[in-house]
Every structure is written in C-alpha cells, then in structure tokens.
Write a new protein. Structure first.
Length: 120
C-alpha cells in the first residue's frame, strides 16, 4: 500500500511530463496535470489528441514515459492498487449520446466504491 494512500490533501490524479510514443507517432508530449479529489475534470480534443492514451495510462493498461499517480498510487509500481479502486468505461453506446458524433463520446472513470454519504 502506498504511504500516501490515506493523504486527503494529495490530488486524486497527478501527472508530470507524461509522454507516450507509438512507433514514430508521439501521442503525448509532456502532459502535466493535477486533479483535486472531488473535482470534475474532462479531456477534450480532436481525434489523435491523446485523450484515450492519457486515460489508458492513468487506468494502468498503458505504460507511460514520465510519471503519474492516481489516488496516491504510482501508475508503474502500484498498478494493482489503482485497478482495485478505479474503473473506466466508454459511454459511446448509451442512448444519451445518440446525437453526439462518435469522435466526441466521453470516457468515464469512477471509483469502484462510492464514499459514505454519496447519493445520486
């Protein structure tokens, strides 16, 4: 378990110098971001901008160049702890998005369990 996992002052998501290269294509080029716990955050941009690559790194299926932490856990060394706490799903097949072009469908990341007192 990360020594920072109980630290409520740490951001929920931290990324610094995030880079991802596929062959000769540089999908991410040094992204830095910090998302506070409880803050809503969205990644917007055209196809190929690196939105999905960023989510794949933060959810741990893809390995980054640079560093990132999710809920206090390092994406490279504590991936299992992140996977136990975060689920990612695409929203492309929902009726709500029927009039939204496919290249504009969002991804949604949710904690695997909601905090006490959380209601819809």
């Amino acid at each position: 378990m990360s020594k920072n996992s109980g630290d409520g002052d740490r951001p929920a998501i931290e990324a610094y110098g995030l880079v991802k290269v596929y062959g000769e294509h540089r999908a991410l080029d040094g992204i830095d971001l910090a998302v506070r716990r409880g803050q809503g955050f969205g990644l917007l941009g055209p196809n190929g901008a690196g939105k999905t690559t960023t989510i794949r790194i933060l959810a741990t299926p893809a390995r980054p160049g640079g560093g990132a932490r999710v809920l206090g856990h390092d994406v490279l060394t504590e991936a299992d702890a992140i996977r136990a706490r975060v689920a990612v799903t695409g929203l492309g097949d929902t009726a709500v998005l029927q009039d939204v072009p496919a290249d504009r469908h969002p991804l949604l990341a949710l904690p695997r369990s909601m905090p006490r007192g959380w209601t819809e």
